[in-house]
Design a binder for this molecule. Structure first.
Ligand code: MOS
Length: 735
């Protein structure tokens, strides 16, 4: 860990428990569905029970007559929704109840609003929907390039190089659909005051949500306020708005009452996105001494009929290894399924399963250690763009991680390692994830009561944004964390970054620094010429650890900022910070900016009882400077738990008759539990990437999941000799 200057020691680079932790563990943190207002009504949508066809008629007479029912909404009476246009991002762009066509099982066709949730639920079941032109849905997993393939990246001549390569691998890998299952269900609580909406939402992007809702509801942005104080996580499923939010808002406006709509766990398998399945053919060519000469990735993924969220499996492939010849192509296959969306590490996560499995197969074919093979193919620059890396320490991830794991003791023989009567398998895989910044605005108040308020229209999905903001301010001002109040989760605040792409922390760094700098400037202007500083100009003053003092005098001799403000009878001084995204930043575009890492995984296999477990993990991460090693480690640990699920358990299954996700509950959709979690050791290299921001901090929310499943299947192969190319690993494949 790079030591901080003494002044900043408490703020950055040291573990701080989450500042919002006490609110969460005491049950006082308010999540969207916790909001309650007098006269609140409950909305329950009705989903289609076919996946392809049309609504013929809806008979709501029985439902409308049931106790407590206020109104049954259908296409006939919901009112008008507009299309999103260019207002922002949305994966399901078709407005709800837009026409009679059914594109997927569970698509909303009606909605009941009643006095209680139970009444609304009962009435929703009594709504009778009949269909016409029903066809057997196509929900096949098997993918063929029905739609034109596009070339996503190309250099050299990959096919010629593959044809003449001394050693090749040519294999196809598949990953199944996965459904986001954050603990917190999606929810909307909508209020309308006759002119403006306040919407309490489960969203990873309050600003985008506001912009899209304003457009689709047909009101000015100023008349939509989104509040998301806390999120029980999202994993990408809450990045973009979903139809239920529009339905709740429309009902609130129509009835003039607050309306709550909580999406059930079952609905979450159809109505709020999922990670789609992928099929990737990997072709690798190498020389006998393990130098890659060709890498080709042709991937396919499923999408809905109506929308197009690309699962970009080639996201990190083109710059991961050095090879003169490379080609990446993609193609989509439309099916009668609900729109897919981003899930933690979209693209790179399924993509790296294929790339890092194929690298392991190549290492075996070459009889070269898989760590060594990766070391031999480390690129000097980003060969896909010819740009230098801003900061890349993949080699150190490989060597340091290997040392920590004890990789040198690995016997490469299949099933050759045993402990406690179990077969041991060791596997390795690398990972990468983008490092970028989004636009960010921050307001910072130095208050007359000695507190500091930092505010930004961003949100905390549970990763620690509240804590990170407090730490940055504490660092920049040199004052204690407990004097800093963090205000986020309200679109009325200066617009902040969305919680996606692991970009929040990196985006906020420059805006916070600017805001604190400007607030201090204001404070020094206020202090100059008054009281203790009667004879001083502002440029002769400075600010250290909460005190204003003359530059040549020690900080301890200074005046606390609250006293300066009190003397001037000012409630506060404000500093505003505004920083721009990297996507359009010429300086940032001179570098290839990404985070890197390597997973070392141990599995244990007990053939007599067919028990496979991931027992031990060492993950080395190169994500720039780690601002908080405690919350940082939590991110990687959580990603590894999710990675165990991806490797061994998670798979959304669609039955072919109705196109329904049949394991749409937490009993049948198997996820990692605490009992499945391995021993996890996280090693942060902690090299600041100052090309991204002054503190050198990149994001860490997603990278821990990337590559992990391949490290598991590579370990499974080492233990059992069985190469699993279709996730998740099922024990029957190993028998
Ligand atoms: Mo993440 S899939 O960028 O929320």
């Amino acid at each position: 860990m790079a030591p901080d200057a003494p002044r900043t020691l408490p703020a950055l680079g040291h573990g701080h428990a989450r500042v919002d932790g006490p609110l969460k563990v005491s049950g006082t943190a308010r999540y969207s569905s916790d909001y309650h207002f007098p006269g609140l009504l409950y909305a329950v949508p009705v989903g289609a029970t076919i996946a392809s066809g049309e609504v013929a008629a809806i008979d709501d007479s029985a439902a409308a007559a049931m106790p407590g029912v206020r109104k049954v909404y259908t296409r006939a009476n919901i009112g008008r929704f507009y299309k999103p246009g260019k207002s922002g991002y949305i994966d399901e762009a078709r407005p709800p109840l837009d026409d009679d066509t059914i594109h997927y099982y569970g698509q909303y066709v009606a909605m009941v609003v009643a006095d209680t949730f139970e009444q609304a639920t009962a009435a929703a079941r009594a709504v009778k929907v009949s269909y016409r032109n029903v066809t057997a849905p196509d929900v096949r997993m098997q993918l063929n390039a029905e739609e034109k393939q596009t070339t996503d990246s190309e250099r050299g001549n990959v096919d010629t190089a593959l044809a003449s390569a001394p050693v090749t691998v040519d294999q196809t890998y598949t990953t199944p659909p996965e459904t986001h299952n954050p603990i917190e269900l999606h929810a909307s609580v909508a209020t309308w005051d006759g002119k403006a909406f306040t919407l309490y939402e489960t969203t990873q992007s309050i600003i985008n949500h506001r912009d899209v809702m304003a457009q689709m509801l047909g009101v000015p942005k100023e008349n939509v306020r989104i509040v998301t104080e806390f999120l029980g996580s999202g994993f990408g499923g809450k990045l973009w708005p979903w139809p239920h939010a529009l339905l709740a808002a429309a009902a609130a406006r129509d009835l003039g009452k607050p309306v709550k709509l909580v999406v059930t766990r079952q609905m979450m398998f159809h109505n709020v996105g999922h990670r789609t399945n992928t099929q990737q053919r990997m072709r690798l060519g190498a020389t006998h001494d393990g130098k890659l000469v060709a890498l080709r990735q042709d991937f396919l993924y499923r999408t809905s009929r109506t929308d197009h969220s690309k699962e970009d499996c080639g996201e990190v492939t083109a710059f991961l290894y050095s090879t003169p010849n490379l080609k990446i192509t993609s193609g989509r296959a439309r099916r009668d399924i609900a729109p897919n969306t981003a899930m933690r590490g979209p693209g790179a996560v399924p993509g790296l399963f294929a790339v890092e499995s194929a690298m392991d197969e190549l290492a075996l074919a070459l009889k070269i250690d898989p760590v060594e093979l990766r070391l031999r193919n480390e690129p000097a620059i980003d060969e896909s763009t010819s740009l230098p890396f801003s900061s890349r320490h993949m080699k150190e991830c490989l060597t340091e991680g290997a040392a920590r794991f004890g990789w040198a003791r690995r016997n490469p023989g299949i099933g050759a390692m045993r402990a406690d009567g179990k077969v041991i398998g060791w596997g390795v895989a690398g990972c990468a994830w983008m490092a970028q910044r989004l636009d960010a605005e921050v307001s910072l108040l130095l208050n007359a009561d000695g507190s500091v308020r930092v505010a930004s229209g961003t949100q905390d999905i549970g990763t620690g944004t509240y804590t990170m903001l407090a730490q940055m301010v504490a660092h920049d001002l040199g004052i204690a964390m407990d004097r800093i109040q963090v205000v986020i989760g309200d679109s009325a605040l200066p617009p902040g970054p969305l919680s996606g792409g692991s970009m929040v922390t990196g985006s906020l760094v420059p805006a916070v620094a600017q805001a604190t700098g400007k607030a201090v400037e204001q404070l020094l202007e206020t202090a100059a010429g008054h009281g203790a500083f009667a004879n001083a100009r502002a440029d002769q003053l400075t600010f250290t650890e909460g005190r204003v003092h003359r530059k040549e005098e020690p900080a301890a001799s200074g005046v606390p900022f609250e006293q300066v403000l009190g003397d001037a009878r000012l409630a506060h001084v404000e500093g505003k910070g505004k920083s721009r995204n990297t996507f359009g930043d010429a300086e940032a575009k001179k570098f290839s900016m990404h985070s890197y890492g390597v997973h070392f995984v141990e599995v244990t296999w007990e053939p007599a009882i067919a028990r496979l477990r991931v027992s031990r993990v060492v993950t080395a991460i190169d994500a720039g400077r780690i601002l908080n090693p405690m919350t940082g480690r939590n991110q990687i640990e959580g990603a590894i738990a999710m990675g165990v699920g991806m490797a061994l358990f998670e798979e959304t299954q669609y039955e072919p008759r109705h196109g329904k996700a049949i394991n749409s509950n937490l009993a049948d959709y198997v996820m990692t539990t605490h009992a499945d979690a391995p021993q996890i050791d996280v090693l942060f290299l902690d090299y600041p990437d100052t090309k991204l921001n002054a503190l050198g901090a990149r994001g860490i929310g997603e990278i821990g999941l990337a590559g992990f499943a391949a490290a598991v299947t590579n370990a499974v192969h080492h233990a059992t000799g069985v190469r699993v190319r279709d996730l998740p690993v099922k024990i029957e494949q190993l028998l």
